[in-house]
Design a protein around this ligand. Structure first.
Ligand code: UDX
Length: 431
């Protein structure tokens, strides 16, 4: 099929490259001409495992190209995916101005029947508004269908998630676009859920909120574990083996972050409010998440007492493993809190240091993870990069002023850490 993707952020670029990979002819549109030029020259504006190879391969095969012209994208495609940002407004609700703008641009460029598919995360009932907008701004005789097709891509695993999805959700107003949408996703051989647009839009917010709830749930359990001498990892394993619960997203941590969960939770609370329901359960999910960061920070304060003049090494700046993304990163928030107390920071992240530099100043960025412990009063693990498990702990212990390690991601075994001579504080492990 001929496909246009409007917006080449994380979602748009991964979607475009993967559609090309499964055989479609894809044109990616972005209003940022510098980005289009970079992509045309073979550059990738983000770190996402596997993406660069995929883009290069499909550009070479003439299945993927880039343009700054929405008109060109629309004219040359049968299916047009909207993948533009839907950032939060100060009150937590969603800024839909990019979606509205794109809907108008698509309408103005439409020259025949098109399927307009929303992939951006939007409040329920947005599809109705998009259809209304297109109808208002398009040439009167042109026919179109609006579809909701939410994405469930995790950063760092986006290509894998796209090519091997648990399910593809397709929300439609009528049956006309269903066959074409099934053709678009056919090569993936994935389960396809066809539903109405409002349900599809709700599925996205309901899924992300549920996953955030799962993390807050285990983080709340971690408090009980600390108070009782139990181990949260054991509890997670024990409850996770129940197929109705599942082990994934039960890793206790210093809290979730990123560009999706915090934003989607706030948005869903607002959406519910508009629909007349006070979603207190989700407010509690947010509260537990903030509390978890407070608790971790307090552990550091209680142990080190005064932070002023102390040197702390921080491993991890990205909001999670496998990404260079530092937006709403708990690691960055923690660094800033430590700095506010007067601590001197020495930091390392395998991928996120370049992006961190723009928001985290007056810290020493070191080149390797082994350098981070040098001369430190304490070490903090803030991101669950698997490579941190390979840290040479004996060496770290030798170069540190004091062997104290705060593990916000439970990467190490408490008994082993004790054996190595560390004062080791992690999450929800009371022993
Ligand atoms: C999420 C959803 O998983 C994805 O389906 C959606 O499309 C976008 O939002 P993402 O934000 O990339 O993806 O990250 P995810 O892997 O879900 O992690 C979110 C946050 O939760 C991270 O800060 C991560 O460290 C934290 N987390 C995750 C935990 O603290 N514990 C866990 O068990 C899992």
């Amino acid at each position: 099929m001929k496909i246009a993707i409007i917006g080449t952020g994380y979602v748009g670029l991964v979607t475009g490259a993967c559609f090309a990979e499964i055989g479609h002819e894809v044109i990616c549109v972005d209003c940022d001409e510098a980005k289009v030029k970079l992509l045309e020259d073979g550059g990738i504006p983000i770190y996402e495992p596997g993406l660069e190879d995929l883009v290069r391969k499909n550009v070479k095969a003439n299945r993927l190209r880039f343009t700054a012209s929405t008109q060109e994208g629309v004219e040359q495609s049968d299916a047009i995916f909207i993948a533009v940002p839907t950032p939060p407004l100060p009150d937590g609700s969603v800024d839909l101005s990019f979606i509205e703008r794109v809907a108008r641009d698509i309408a103005a460029a439409m020259d025949g029947y098109k399927i307009v598919i929303d992939k951006s995360t939007v409040p329920v009932k947005t599809g109705e508004k998009v259809a209304e907008t297109i109808r208002r701004y398009c040439k009167s005789q042109v026919e179109f269908d609006v579809v909701s097709n939410p994405e469930f891509l995790r950063e760092g695993f986006a290509v894998e998630d796209f090519l091997k999805p648990d399910r593809v959700v397709i929300g439609v107003q009528n049956q006309r676009p269903v066959a074409a949408m099934k053709e678009v996703y056919g090569p993936l051989n994935a389960p396809i859920v066809v539903t109405d647009i409002n349900s599809a839009e709700l599925i996205k917010h309901a899924a992300n909120s549920f996953l955030a709830l799962k993390i807050s749930y285990i983080n709340a359990i971690s408090i009980l574990c600390e108070a009782s001498g139990a181990d949260v990892t054991e509890v997670a394993n024990g409850i996770g083996m129940d197929a109705r619960i599942g082990r994934r997203f039960l890793d206790a941590s210093l809290g979730f972050g990123g560009s999706c969960f915090p934003k989607d939770l706030s948005a869903f609370i607002k959406i519910s409010e508009h629909l007349g329901y006070d979603f207190n359960l989700l407010k509690e999910v947010q509260r537990i998440n903030t509390h978890q960061m407070d608790r971790f920070f307090k552990k550091i304060l209680d142990t080190l007492w005064v932070l002023k003049g102390k040197k702390i090494g921080v491993l991890g700046l990205a909001f999670k493993q496998n990404t260079d993304d530092v937006r709403m990163s708990p690691a960055i928030e923690l660094c800033q809190r430590l700095q506010n107390e007067g601590a001197e920071l020495q930091v390392y992240d395998p991928e996120a240091m370049q992006k961190a530099r723009a928001i985290l100043e007056n810290v020493t960025y070191v080149e390797t993870m082994d350098q981070v412990a040098e001369g430190c009063d304490a070490l903090v693990i803030a991101t669950e990069w698997p490579v941190f498990r390979e840290l040479d702990l004996q060496k770290a212990r030798k170069v540190m002023t004091h062997p104290i390690l705060f593990d916000g991601r439970n990467l190490f075994d408490p008994l082993e850490m004790e054996r190595l001579g560390f004062i080791y504080k992690s999450i929800g492990r009371g022993r």
